[in-house]
Design a binder for this molecule. Structure first.
Ligand code: GLU
Ligand code: ZN
Length: 491
């Protein structure tokens, strides 16, 4: 039996990094076992649906380079793959369950259900939920409701006795008493739309899904789905619920911890290579030690058995570390293309850059590459080239262990070493040595000399290396900024 797995998101928001992890696990499992990866859009919740979310889903997968074998746009033998286009199918199967006596029509009004609920709360009754009022209507009673034009829902008949068990590859057997399963959940709403449970089970069956890999938060739906499979008389796929994605504090990953939508990560300048590599390691490992995996590697070596059971922590710092690595791995010309939109967004480079602008970007990339964690870091790192906002707080020029007087000397003597050296064509290493000598003479740490120079030239304490910065600005501009800084320190 060849593997068929699916990613089945509901387009009700931007793709969450946890959802991306689910997609990657499904995709890599399909690829590594020679199976098929199916994309299915579960858009039955029409109130929360948005076109933007659907577009975001497609953008996310294509940005990651994840191609689905069957699904929207590409089609396939079990289409359509968008649930809202399959409504008639769900209606047909729901009716089939009614005919088999496994489900029934319910005509209760929302008001009636609400008053039942209130009464249960008031009486603190042990039994909560739908009271099965319509579970055994006679044909006459039903006909009466129909005559009144009341549109029914279809509910599943959940057994009141016994237990339901399903097996999960990672979690083992999961058992629940049937009376703890929500009493007679709605399968088909009165507007003819299915609920998640019905559509999900029917589609997994009809699409020949062999393994259901989804987040652990879906475990509570498991027993109900198993009851549905049994009601239809269908085989139950293999379940594999994936470990939760947590923040460092052990709480479910949320905006409190940092970015969670893939779009956010993209906009900050994470690379798909880094996202794929790191996110796959959240709850999976090959051997506990190998860290670097390309998409192609994972397409070969991903194994279900290596998925962890325990909740996995999403470590933003570790992702940064991977991203920095992949940035340094890029060829300079590639990186120039990647940082360009960030510089454009900052207004530093025009929308249709000319050759001079492109040359400048190329020149920036080389020194910046070593210092970037995310592509957007290019903006603060290179701001001094595009806008000139001098640092006016004197303490910013003063390195740890230095004072104002020494800093003034360091700046004036240091800058003359620097400028005369560069004008005279001296080697950078020789100039650097002289600056180090100066720091010793002034009884300063090396940074006591470099910091005022750096702040004067780049208007910042964190920027590109000194000589690269000067070369980007030109000597004239550099000198101008140094003189200005000397004045600031004099004031
Ligand atoms: N549509 C569900 C979701 O949004 C799918 C859950 C499942 O994979 O069964 O996560
Ligand atoms: Zn009812």
């Amino acid at each position: 039996m060849s593997v068929r797995v699916r990613y089945a998101p509901s387009p009700t928001g931007l793709q969450h990094i946890g959802g991306v992890r689910t997609a990657l696990f499904n995709y890599f499992f399909a690829k590594s076992s020679g199976g098929k990866f199916i994309l299915r859009v579960e858009d039955t919740d029409r109130e929360r649906y948005s076109d933007e979310s659907l577009q975001d889903l497609y953008d996310t997968l294509s940005w990651l380079g994840i191609k689905w074998d069957e699904g929207p746009v590409v089609g396939g033998p079990y289409g359509p793959y968008i649930q809202s286009e399959r409504t008639e199918l769900y209606q047909k199967y729901a009716k089939e369950l009614v005919e088999k006596g496994k489900a029934y029509y319910c005509y209760c009004s929302p008001e009636r259900l609400e008053s039942v609920r209130k009464e249960q709360i008031e009486k603190k009754s042990e039994y909560q939920g739908y009271d099965r009022h319509c579970a055994n209507l006679t044909e006459e009673e039903r006909a009466e409701y129909e005559r009144k034009g009341i549109k029914p829902v279809i509910r599943l008949r959940v057994p009141t006795e016994g237990k339901t068990t399903f097996h999960d590859v990672l979690m083992g057997d999961i058992t629940r008493r049937n009376r703890d399963i929500s009493p007679d959940p709605i399968l088909l709403k009165s507007d003819g739309f299915p609920t998640y449970h019905l559509a999900n089970v029917i589609d997994d069956h009809l699409m020949g899904i062999t393994h259901i890999m989804r987040a652990q938060e879906w475990i509570p739906s498991g027993p109900l789905h198993v009851l549905l499979y049994q009601a239809f008389g269908w085989d139950i796929p293999t379940y594999c619920h994936l470990p939760m994605v947590m923040g460092k504090d052990g709480q479910k990953l949320s905006k409190r911890h940092g970015s969670t939508s893939l779009r956010d990560f993209r906009e900050k300048g994470y690379l798909p290579e880094a996202i794929i590599n790191y996110v796959t390691l959240v709850g999976w490992s090959l051997d506990g030690s190998t860290e670097f995996f390309s998409r192609e590697d994972l397409e070969k070596c991903f194994k279900l058995e290596n998925i962890h059971k325990a909740p996995a922590v999403f470590d933003y710092k570790k992702l940064d570390w991977f991203n920095g690595y992949y940035i340094r791995e890029k060829a300079e010309d590639e990186l120039a293309v990647l940082v360009l939109p960030f510089l454009q967004k900052a207004g530093y480079i025009s929308q249709s850059p000319d050759k001079d602008e492109l040359d400048l970007v190329a020149k920036l990339v080389k020194p910046a590459r070593e210092r970037m964690k995310v592509l957007s870091d290019i903006v603060p790192l290179s701001a001094f080239v595009f806008e000139d906002v001098p640092v006016v707080q004197r303490e910013m020029y003063i390195a740890k262990g230095a004072d104002l007087e020494k800093t003034k000397k360091a700046l004036s003597e240091g800058s003359s070493i620097l400028l005369s050296g560069l004008k005279g064509g001296k080697e950078e290493s020789a100039i650097e040595e002289e600056l180090v000598e100066l720091s010793k003479a002034l009884e300063l740490k090396v940074n006591g000399v470099f910091q005022p120079l750096r702040v004067a030239i780049t208007n910042s304490t964190v920027s590109l290396p000194l000589f690269d910065s000067i070369s980007l600005l030109g000597l004239e501009e550099t000198e101008k900024r140094i003189r200005r800084a000397e004045k600031i320190l004099e004031e």
